[in-house]
Design a protein around this ligand. Structure first.
Ligand code: FES
Ligand code: FES
Length: 175
């Protein structure tokens, strides 16, 4: 009796069970989290997706270093269990630039104003500033004062100038 070739598929293909877990999108791409549903989003982004721009600092929702967008709203990734994120769309600092890596008006303003000092808080600052500009395209002093993110280096004046510069650039048509 002829033998099947060595790489032939098995005669019977057993259907695999549909993988269950938490489906969500990160920076426009679909993902499935099949692990611990209590895992904080921050751990998952950094340890599983290697998106290490988002930083761990206080871990209690007080500093903003871990700020990401959840369906466009600024949230603290250190406080968000994965089980709360089914079907949600996450944007991290890595998702603020265009697909080809071109900086957004905000990122370019950050560079032009030399806003960064040590850098540790900066991913969260950029994401929070992005959310602010989505809500208030021309933010005034009150909106800038209300930004909650902390910066141990005290780079606030430069970051404020960068946000104002980005607002002007966006008004002039830059994305
Ligand atoms: S690390 Fe999340 S708010 Fe500080
Ligand atoms: S730039 Fe150093 S903590 Fe903000």
């Amino acid at each position: 009796m002829p033998q099947p070739p060595p790489h032939a598929p098995p005669a019977t293909i057993v259907p695999q069970p549909k993988r269950s877990g938490i489906h969500l999108r990160v920076n426009g791409k679909p993902y499935l989290h099949a692990g611990d549903p209590q895992m904080p989003l921050l751990w998952w982004l950094r340890d599983y997706l290697q998106l290490t721009g988002t930083k761990y600092a206080c871990g209690i929702g007080a500093c903003g270093a871990c700020t990401v967008l959840v369906d466009g709203k600024a949230e603290h990734a250190c406080l968000l269990p994965m089980q709360t994120l089914a079907g949600r769309s996450i944007t991290t600092v890595e998702g603020l630039a265009d697909a080809d890596g071109t900086f957004s008006a905000l990122q370019q303003a950050w560079v032009d104003e030399d806003a960064v000092q040590c850098g540790y808080c900066q991913a969260g600052q950029l994401v929070a500033a992005h959310a602010l500009l989505q809500k208030h395209p021309q933010p005034g002093e009150a909106e800038l004062d209300a930004l909650p993110n902390l910066c141990r280096c005290g780079a606030y004046p430069r970051m404020r100038r960068a946000i104002v510069r980005a607002a002007a650039a966006r008004k002039a048509g830059k994305p």
